[in-house]
Unconditional design. Sequence first.
Length: 480
Amino acid sequence: MDIPTHSDLVKGNSSAPVAIRLDDVRRDSAFGYAAEADSYHRVVLSEDDIAGAFAEAKRTGRRVLLRGNGRSYGDVSLSGEAICLDLRRFCSIESLDRQTGIAVVQAGASLAQIWQYCLPEGWWLPVVSGTMRTTLAGALSANIHGKNNRHTGTFGEHIEWIDFYSPARGLERFRPEDPDYWSIVGGWGQLGFIVRAAIRLRRVMSGNVSVQNVPTPTLEEMFALFESDQRSEYQVAWIDPFSNGRGVYSAANPVLSNEPNSLSVEYQEPSDRLIGGIRKDQAWKFLKPFTNRAGMRMLSRLKWEAAIRSPGTGAKMMPLATYHFPLDYVPDWQRAYRPGALRQFQVGIPIENANKAFARFLRMSQEAKLEPYLSVIKRHRPDPAVLPYLGEAYSLALDYKRTSRNADRLDRLFREMTDLAFDFGGRFYLAKDCFMTPSDARRNFAPAAIEAFLVAKRKFDPTDMLTTDLFRRIQLHANT
């Protein structure tokens, strides 16, 4: 039986074009402030609003940008002078089937809204990103992955169907077996608008996961744990970026016992206070003085010392939300990087080359005195999208602080690491990119993948109405 939700969103007849007003202009920035652009905002309340925006764009010769919560680190969700469709109020969970776990969800619903609605009914999202602020449309456009990618795959692999609106073809429904599905999912919003989707949720009896953390003195030991651990569904590791590769390997599994109380939103949400009564929404102010080399070296050492004082001899229970989204419970943490910007270098390297490549990246950063402030490793399986990021690979995500004083040096470091990554067979994730050049893109994606994407682009968006700043930068558009 389907459970109706708050689907009484206003559905006016707004398909007629509305003139652009100067007071509609807003400046959007990437998460972490690495890029920004001005655009004309339109709030989407209904499918009619989508058609109206495309009609207005066609009349005025402007592009259309699809934007949710803006959690991408680069310019993939920015488009200067475009008509920006703000999806955040087009966010209804239209139905949830209690028996099958199929949830029909509108584009602007965040992962937070989805799990908070569905978990009390005993259902959890099969794949989540590191933030619950990602919208449904963003999750599908980026084909997000999580800590369980090795075993569970990407978000788009757990979808029954999507409703999709494109400039050239209007509204259509696609299923994973349809030839165009994997051009749209993982297509970065360049082909059209994912209006809604039916998600296959996973049944859970408990809202907890069992987590075990193991300190690893070397990268070799860390990779050995990843490969030998065949039983853990979730796998992730932290590296001390100021070291020669020491870190903490973390493995987790869902708790299978019946714990109905743990399914409540109240149980999942941690306290909004830190030790000492500090409100978490003010925590970034206390982190800010440590957002430098000396401060991060000290915090990394303390994290390592805490790990070796309590080595992973036993598992601990954590709520699903706290485990998957720890930084979301420190609101606006990225503001600690101001007045600079957060730049992330995220690359996937084939298994056989990952150890050597990651050690080189760390050493290059240390030699440049530009150590990343956060370093995270995950294990992956191949990504079915037409423009894939993942293979049988390990990913490394490195967070750097970019300032006016180190900008040139950091750009040189990114250039050198990018070239080295390609030499090791690496691929970059566009959700985190603000550096790739047209020639880099031709190394990042196979010629057949680029051609398949361009065929889909010419089919669904032949006039490049949806091409964002990133895709113009790397020159992947219908007229390429």
